[in-house]
Design a protein around this ligand. Structure first.
Ligand code: F6R
Length: 243
């Protein structure tokens, strides 16, 4: 088992700037990189920084491609809380990543064949160079909730009540997030050549501790990353795991 490279910063803004620089350096080294992208509150300032780097002429995504980790099942295509809408608002609309090169799981068709098609599309691009991950308070990565097998592939996942509660504020008042999503599996994630996981705030400290300072357990899906040789964890002081 390997320990990731931990990079700890005082503020969430400093984390966002450092992660954006990391992504930009990967793209500069290999402009045709395939990125695995995450959504969520953690990534809003990171995409803002990346957009700024792009607008300053410091990074171009023109030859890159991307695959998002996950998408809700059962939302209409134009729903404002879909991850497609999030990506458009925070990133895709502001950078030169070609529209056809930015993929999310397709949840408006037969779900099983959509999962298989997603795996094939990633393989056709020769895999993911850099996978970005947030972490749930229960240790989830993507929507792989506690108990998910470490060798799972892209699949339809059932969200836990705690994940639904954590994501409710992303939805219009009174609307409950869907209970299902298509997510890359943990096995899919582990095949990325490099992984960056980001955690902000005190409510992520316990999940980080269990992921990286304790033995691997399917009860903390992020602990699967101990098996990967190239993981960098970016966090702020509040999320820093103290054992
Ligand atoms: C998002 C995703 C999730 C989030 C996690 C943390 O695409 O797959 O695993 O990264 O739920 O979300 P935030 O950043 O909102 O705390």
């Amino acid at each position: 088992m390997t320990k990731p490279d931990f990079r700890i910063f005082d503020t969430a803004d400093a984390v966002a700037a450092a992660v954006a620089k990391h992504v930009a350096s990967v793209i500069k080294a290999k402009p045709q990189s395939t990125l695995g992208l995450a959504t969520g509150k953690t990534f809003v300032p990171i995409y803002r920084e990346l957009v700024q780097l792009h607008q300053q002429g410091l990074v171009s995504f023109a030859d890159a491609a991307s695959f998002n980790l996950d998408e809700y099942v059962g939302l209409p295509a134009n729903h404002p809380a879909s991850f497609r809408a999030y990506m458009h608002e925070h990133f895709f609309a502001h950078v030169d990543l070609p529209r056809g090169a930015a993929q999310l799981p397709q949840t408006d068709r037969d779900l099983q064949s959509a999962c298989v098609a997603y795996e094939h599309a990633i393989a056709d691009r020769c895999g993911i160079d850099l996978q970005l991950l947030g972490i749930g308070q229960n240790g989830h990565i993507g929507f792989n909730e506690p108990g998910s097998p470490f060798d799972s592939r892209t699949h339809v996942a059932t969200l836990t009540e705690s994940t639904i509660a954590a994501n409710t504020s992303d939805f219009p008042p009174g609307e409950r997030p869907p209970g299902r999503a298509i997510t890359m599996g943990i096995g899919t994630i582990l095949e990325a050549r490099e992984i960056v996981l980001v955690a902000i705030g005190p409510n992520k400290a316990q999940a980080l501790l269990e992921a990286f300072e304790r033995p691997q357990s399917s009860q903390n899906p992020a602990s699967a990353l101990q098996s990967h040789l190239r993981v960098t964890v970016y966090c702020d002081q509040a999320a820093r795991p103290s054992s």
